[in-house]
Structures are given as structure tokens and as C-alpha cells.
Design a protein around this ligand. Sequence first.
Ligand SMILES: Nc1ncnc2c1ncn2[C@@H]1O[C@H](COP(=O)(O)OP(=O)(O)OP(=O)(O)O)[C@@H](O)[C@H]1O
Ligand SMILES: [Mg+2]
Length: 265
Amino acid sequence: MTTVLAVANQKGGVAKTTTVASLGAALVGLGQKVLVVDLDPQGCLTFSLGHNPDRLDASVHEVLTGDLGAREAVIDTEDGVALLPATIDLAGAEALLLMRPGREFALKRALAPLLDDYDTVIIDCPPSLGVLTLNGLTAAQSVLVPLQCETLAHRGVGQLLRTVTEVQQITNPDLVLLGALPTLYDARTTHSRDVLSDVSDRYNLPVLAPPIPRTVRFAEATASGATVLAGRKNKGAQAYRDLAENLAKHWAGSELATFSPGSGE
Ligand SMILES: Nc1ncnc2c1ncn2[C@@H]1O[C@H](COP(=O)(O)OP(=O)(O)OP(=O)(O)O)[C@@H](O)[C@H]1O
Ligand SMILES: [Mg+2]
């Protein structure tokens, strides 16, 4: 059984793309076959996995419009994850899809023929709640919400959760909200913890373990075209490895390990 996970939050810069790339590479480290899907016209996931979006002939755009089979557009990366890349063309997909019936199902339909090739598919949603994110949520079995633990992190979470509920009611009744993943987390201050407990209480949202610490290695990795997992040993890479283990065990039937911000773990 293939697991399809969407990583979504319409707030920008909360580490969606970093989470997709690092978690994907960590699952490959556990022996899984992994496909990551770049659903953002900015192509940051594509770029951070070592491919220049400007030099690609085929991308998720042609796949969503039905002009190309998904398998034809998938490329390899140095981290060992397969990538369905994005180019700026995807910015036009929104308008094209809007005129089509069943527009929220375009990605689900496109991925169906190659699901059997992978253990896990991870979808990087753009920072908006438009038709691309709706495609990501409709194609997924579960959704993970990266949350940057700073003041006002809760803004927009209610709107995102309402969208998830609407997707569950209309296009994807089986979608499971896994929970929030704390990112850019600073364990040295109580601020990150206070913000996290406020958000999880306010929305009754499970918090996944472990929180991902803030480290400068992520910016260095993005520039190098490989994820933090490829570099020297560091806290951020280890956190994503632990998250990968937590999720892999959960998908094999165990309970999901959660983090309780109040307990001072
Ligand atoms: N744990 C971390 N520690 C330090 N910097 C990080 C960490 N995670 C991500 N970053 C940095 O934060 C910035 C935003 O990350 P990223 O692009 O993954 O966010 P995003 O949610 O995908 O953004 P967008 O909404 O624009 O798609 C990047 O420069 C990235 O390198
Ligand atoms: Mg992104």
C-alpha cells in the first residue's frame, strides 16, 4: 500500500518545502521508494533537489493538464528520491484547471498509474489555498501542517483546517489530518513552546514528534542542491530522521508519537 502525504500551510516560509525534501530523503534512508511532487510554481523543491526549473522540458504542469503521463515527467535526484518537478508554467495551470470539470482531481488521477512504484509519495503544496493545494489535499491520504513556532503562527490555521474539513466533505472523505509539525523550533526559550501549546489547544490539533530545531544548515543545504541529510551530521537532519521513523511506524500500524509542548520534553 502506498502512502500519499500532503504537506500544506498557506502561510509562507514555514518549512513546507524543507520538510518534503528532508522527510523524503530520510524515508529513502529507511529503505523506502519515495516520490516527491512539487506543486509550487516557484519550483523551490525542484531547485533544492538539484534541478533548475528553467532547464526542464517536462513538469507537473503538463501532467496536470493531461498532456503528459506522470511517469514521463519524473526525474531522479542525488538524494535518491524521485521528483515530479515544477516550473513557472504551473502558474498558468490554476487558470486552465479552473475551466475543467473535476479540477480538484487532476493530480489524483495523474498519480494513480504510478502509485505502485513507490512506498510513499509526498506532495509540497504552495503557500495558498487555491486549486493546486486542493489538488494536493484531494490526492492525499493524510496531511501534515508545518507550523513555525513564533507569534501569530496561529493566524490562518483555522482557515486551513476549514479547508481540510471541506475537502473531507466534498472531494476526499478519507483524508486524515495527521497534525502540526513544529518547525524552526527553538528549545532554548519558552516562546516556541508557549506558541505551540496555544495553537494545539486552540484548534485541538495533535503535535507530531519530534519538533524540528532551527539550524543554519538548512539554508546551506538549499543552496547546495541536496538536502541536509546529505551533509555532515546535524540536529536538523536527525530530527527529520526521527520524524521519518515515527511516520513509517505509524503507517505500519503503531500509534503516532506526539510531542506535548507543556511537558518540557
Ligand atoms: N529548521 C530550520 N532551521 C533553519 N532554517 C530553516 C529550517 N527549515 C527551513 N528553513 C529555512 O526557512 C526558509 C523557508 O523554508 P521553506 O522554503 O521550506 O518554507 P516553505 O513553507 O516551503 O515556503 P513557501 O511558503 O514559500 O513555499 C528557507 O530559507 C529554509 O532554508
Ligand atoms: Mg515551499
